[in-house]
Write a protein that binds this ligand. Structure first.
Ligand code: B12
Length: 320
């Protein structure tokens, strides 16, 4: 290439670069101000003193020749805690209930432990309501299954009335498979806690059947209703005409237990039965009434209902 031409091009490029160093706002960016870093130092830097060990020697902190004081093995005694009368009173109350009382607070909020425990118990409650009873338990106890008029869990929660009615198929099936007009009809249902059934049904049921057997009380053909409500026993009573219905059903989970079972009982429940004629043995779980004990107790209670031909408030009145 021509040397002169190279020089001319180089000169033009250098001039172009130099002219670019001074920022000239273009037509399109006229209102945008770009501040370039100044090449001139604005603040004077103080000269640093030369390093003490220019050879890169490392110096250590001076250690003392005196031996460090030995730490005592005995822990310092905390200042004696004085328990006020009020604290003592709260401690006494706490012993009497599993409710969350006297849990304290951190500022305006619950303490971390309290909050985490609440979240855990709440999750257990949700699981209990939305959970399913394992088929294995129903097979083990030889319980056949029927449905109410409820389609799914959401509807079960929103429409208690539908949980109080048998589906058409359920009516047909129980008519076909169950003994008619027994002394006692045992009905089981997940209700509001599948976990309650999973944890307690086997023990309560077997001990109840045994207890009724020992007392010479005849039982009908037991079955399981998915998503049932307590008052479903009225329609079952209408269809099967038993003397007593005992319904073993999962309780609405509280924050104390999510696996608590209840036994609702009624003498001759029929459509139109009033609530006052029902009775309940609640809180059946390992932290409440032990399931086996509950089953045995229910047997004696049913014996009483049959004797007085009444339940609930009517039983109390008749018993005097
Ligand atoms: C929810 C509830 C209620 C709700 C029921 C409304 C509803 N649709 O859910 C309301 C607020 C109306 C209620 C009222 C009463 N309740 Co209540 N209730 C409960 C609770 C918290 C859960 C019950 C449950 O999960 N049932 C299962 C679901 C699937 O049933 P359900 O078909 O949806 O609803 C029916 C049952 O809940 C039943 N029911 C509810 N409470 C009671 C109480 C008795 C004595 C009977 C026979 C039936 C019954 O009535 C509902 C409608 O048919 C329990 C606590 C527990 N640990 O069980 C206390 C509990 C069962 N109730 C109790 C009591 C004392 C009553 C009342 C007598 C209070 C009063 N003085 O008025 C009334 C009676 C109501 C009735 N039906 O005869 C006690 C029973 C004590 C006992 N062993 O006898 C319990 C155990 C609470 C307690 N620890 O004290 N209750």
């Amino acid at each position: 290439m021509n040397e002169q031409l190279i020089q001319t091009i180089t000169k033009l490029v250098v001039e172009k670069l130099k002219s670019n160093e001074v920022s000239q706002p273009s037509a399109g960016t006229a209102d945008v101000q770009i501040k370039l870093h100044s090449k001139q130092a604005t603040g004077a830097l103080t000269e640093l003193p030369p390093p003490e060990n220019p050879n890169g020697k490392v110096t250590f902190h001076q250690t003392t020749s005196a031996k460090p004081e030995k730490k005592s093995a005995v822990h310092p005694q905390p200042a004696e805690k004085t328990i006020s009368k009020q604290e003592e009173f709260i401690e006494e109350l706490k012993k009497k209930t599993p409710s969350r009382i006297g849990v304290g607070r951190a500022g305006s909020r619950p303490k971390t432990n309290t909050w985490l425990q609440f979240r855990l118990d709440h999750a257990a409650a949700v699981d209990a309501v939305y959970g399913e009873v394992p088929d294995k338990i129903l097979h083990q106890l030889d319980l056949f299954q029927v449905q109410t008029r409820v389609k799914d869990k959401e509807e079960y929660i929103r429409r208690p009335d539908l949980g109080r009615k048998l589906s058409d198929e359920a009516k047909e099936l129980i008519k076909k498979r169950c003994a008619f007009s027994p002394s006692v009809q045992i009905v089981t249902s997940n209700g509001l806690s599948a976990k309650a059934i999973e944890e307690n049904l086997e023990d309560v049921y077997l001990s109840l059947v045994q207890s009724l057997g020992n007392l010479g009380i005849e039982t009908g053909t037991p079955f399981y209703v998915d998503k049932g409500r307590v008052a479903l026993m009225d329609e079952i009573g209408d269809v099967l005409q038993p003397d007593v219905v005992v319904m073993l059903i999962g309780e609405r989970p509280g924050l104390v237990s999510a696996e608590s079972l209840s036994a609702y009982l009624c003498y001759q429940p029929r459509i139109g039965t009033i609530e006052a004629d029902r009775m309940v043995v609640s809180n059946i779980h390992k932290g409440g009434i032990p399931p086996v004990e509950a089953g045995a107790y229910l047997g004696t209670l049913i014996q009483k209902i049959l004797k007085y031909e009444a339940s609930g408030v009517s039983l109390v009145k008749k018993e005097g």
